[in-house]
Write a protein that binds this ligand. Structure first.
Ligand SMILES: Nc1ncnc2c1ncn2[C@@H]1O[C@H](COP(=O)(O)OP(=O)(O)OP(=O)(O)O)[C@@H](O)[C@H]1O
Ligand SMILES: [Mg+2]
Length: 394
């Protein structure tokens, strides 16, 4: 993103960090800039160097090489001035356990020169906004992980920093707390605070961040808006098919045949979704369970007896309708049977999924394969991430 007015909120140039006694660089020549008011996501697998980068930018760690500036201030040369304009919510709890939650907030503000009365007022407001008022004066040991996380974000806001660093702010939190935290982060963004955040909940963050840098093994692999990353790497739309090949057919041959269809950019095997219904799909000539279900486009069970062509047309129409109603829809064709032999195939499409359903179903019909489930979706940031960084755990 081109610079908005003033110095960059964050500027990182050829940043290198090698920990003592390590044979490799944890951060290995990373460069990026965050504009004032921008929300920037730093994503990467475990051990990629995200926390190390944030540690340098927030003056906890010293760089081995390169430059890191916050608000135009070199964090290595002038850490005190840099600290005045930034706040950090670290990956691991660093609250002061000798103090109460309220004292953690007030003392933090005092460190940053906020007058006592103002600090008390802000603490009361923030404890309320983060749902912690009734536990503000208890011992901090009584706090759960989610409460501690909320308190650390409240603390970061106490001196109203220009640049906020959030390292895995929603890690290990329940859905309610995650929603609360994302909504508070959005408020900070709307107030013009520049934000750098790391998270593995990329799809949650996709709507929040202006741009994303993906790092792996200390290097920046790509940097762009979420929209451009998704558009550029993963294709226009995704069609997931759960298929049971005919008994004498080969799963890879079915995959290859689907890959050859017009409009398919890429085809890959995916794990079967956990808890997928243990039902074999419809096979041509098997007598069809044809009732169209309700919301979300499920094809429910029933005693319909459509012919194969009519079935395919009904399914295509249903999927198109379901797609028009929302981003991700599922059509399921139930029939008796087990999970044996079924595969999940993801097709990355350069065309509208509705246009591909007919040919895909015709192909499966020709091969006497059963279709168990259809899911139409948009590619996500997580798809981009996996494409860039692979599937192997670190
Ligand atoms: N204090 C340390 N001493 C030595 N090596 C370290 C230290 N801290 C981190 N590392 C190493 O530096 C690399 C980057 O670690 P870092 O914590 O920055 O990764 P990360 O991207 O934040 O990962 P995660 O998603 O697991 O939090 C890893 O190989 C890690 O083992
Ligand atoms: Mg980390």
């Amino acid at each position: 993103m081109p610079s908005r007015d003033g110095p960059a909120a964050v500027e990182v140039v050829d940043l290198v960090k090698r920990y003592p006694r390590s044979e490799t660089n944890a951060v290995d020549g990373i460069s990026f800039t965050v504009a004032p008011g921008e929300t920037f996501g730093l994503f990467g697998p475990n051990g990629a160097g995200k926390s190390t980068t944030i540690g340098i930018l927030t003056t906890r760690l010293r760089a081995t090489g390169g430059r890191a500036l916050v608000g135009g201030v070199d964090v290595g040369r002038d850490p005190v001035t840099a600290r005045a304009q930034l706040a950090v919510v670290p990956q691991h709890n660093n609250l002061d356990r000798a103090l109460t939650p309220r004292q953690n907030l007030v003392y933090h503000a005092a460190y940053h020169g906020v007058p006592r009365a103002e600090a008390e007022k802000r603490a009361t407001e923030l404890l309320d906004r983060f749902g912690l008022s009734d536990r503000a004066d208890r011992r901090i040991e009584a706090y759960s992980g989610g409460m501690a996380q909320r308190l650390m974000i409240a603390r970061a806001w106490m001196h109203e920093p220009a640049v906020l660093f959030l390292d895995e702010p929603t890690n290990a939190l329940d859905p309610q707390t995650r929603l609360l935290i994302w909504s508070r982060v959005r408020e900070m963004r709307d107030r013009g605070v520049s934000i750098v955040l790391t998270t593995h909940a990329m799809n949650d963050a996709a709507n929040l961040v202006d741009r994303v840098g993906i790092v792996d093994q200390g290097r920046l692999l790509t940097l762009d808006t979420p929209q451009n990353l998704v558009r550029g790497l993963a294709g226009q739309a995704i069609l997931d098919l759960t298929v049971t090949p005919a008994p004498r057919d080969d799963a890879d041959a079915v995959l290859d045949a689907l890959r050859e269809l017009d409009g398919v950019r890429k085809a890959e095997r995916r794990p079967l979704p956990a808890g997928a219904p243990g039902r074999a799909g419809w096979r041509p000539g098997a007598g069809l369970a044809g009732a169209l279900g309700g919301a979300g486009g499920a094809l429910g069970g029933g005693g319909g007896a459509l012919g194969g062509g009519a079935r395919a047309a009904a399914l295509a129409a249903l999927a198109a309708r379901a797609r028009a109603n929302g981003d991700a829809s599922t059509a399921t064709l139930p029939a008796p049977g087990g999970r044996g032999g079924r595969i999940r195939v993801r097709l990355h499409l350069a065309t509208d999924p509705a246009a591909l359903l007919g040919p895909a179903l015709a192909l499966l019909t020709t091969r006497s394969a059963a279709l168990n489930d259809i899911h139409i979706g948009e590619p996500s940031l997580e798809d981009v991430f996996i494409e860039l960084t692979g599937r192997d755990p670190r």
